[in-house]
Ligand binder design. Sequence first.
Ligand code: PEP
Ligand code: MN
Length: 342
Amino acid sequence: MIIVMKRSATDQQIDAVVQWIESLGYKVHLSRGTERTIIGAVGDQRGKENLRLVESLPGVEKTVPILKPYKLASRESKEGNTVIRVKDVQIGGGTFVVMAGPCAVESDEQMMESAYVVKKGGADILRGGAFKPRTSPYSFQGMEEEGLKLLKRAREKSGLPIITEVVNPADVDLVEEYADVFQIGARNIQNFALLKEVGRAKKPVLIKRGMMTTIEELLMSAEYILSSGNSEVILCERGIRTFETATRNTLDISAVPVLKELTHLPVIVDPSHASGNWKYVRPLAKCALAVGADGIMIEVHPDPEKAFSDGKQSLKPEKFYELMEELRLMEKFIMKETVVVQ
Ligand code: PEP
Ligand code: MN
């Protein structure tokens, strides 16, 4: 349930409401907007009749039940959009953020070269997987901690923040030491133990829609992280599995405006895993900008033919530079869709 405070509500009145809600066993999520404070009370539905009595406390304007199953992710629970700050980068703040880099960290040379290219092209965040969730146990599984160390070195050299995947709840602390943003991959989107663990961490989390996950299920996964205490969640549409076989997955571009309507969280698009083919990355990346996404995540490799994973969908440096130029040009002419679709 949402408790909307009066514009005139004092800090003491807000504190009193928070204490009262907590005494009923609910978790409190405070959202101090420019206009007024909204207090989310999340917990067991059974006590909701008692909770409604909060309306009689001073400073409370009204209570509003959140009808959606994803309470904290829902637009109802927050005024405006969530903007996530990663060093100097703002995700969800109106500029189109580009996260780029190789699928996997493969060697010192490959990672330093990738960082150089990504930085030169003007990307905001460097990606690279040290733990790789692979369909086959015989495929390259990632360099693990060694890979994290290379990512750290790449960050030092390029100045770019790092996003990297965590696949195991037991590795969350380790990955947190190195990463600026956690990535939860499509295959782990309903690994609830992992979601709760990153929910307790202190770094933002990008979650990728699973190939068989509905938009509502994706938002429920975000809810696991939010309700565990981490309010910094970024959603990523990376293609879903359909009957179509011409592309690796089918990019569900309509997920972007749908998510923008339903949630205050930033939404980005991954055209590399969606298409599985570098040739389609450029048009789909431009499409993401046009449709109102907050950014993209793309795979770029200094030598895709030699990549240990996802070489087919990775852009060569020259192609990446061309795309970045086009995106920056487009960004000047496209009005950012920040208004919620009614
Ligand atoms: C990746 O980003 O390299 C990856 C494994 O992506 P996904 O989880 O979307 O398949
Ligand atoms: Mn990949």
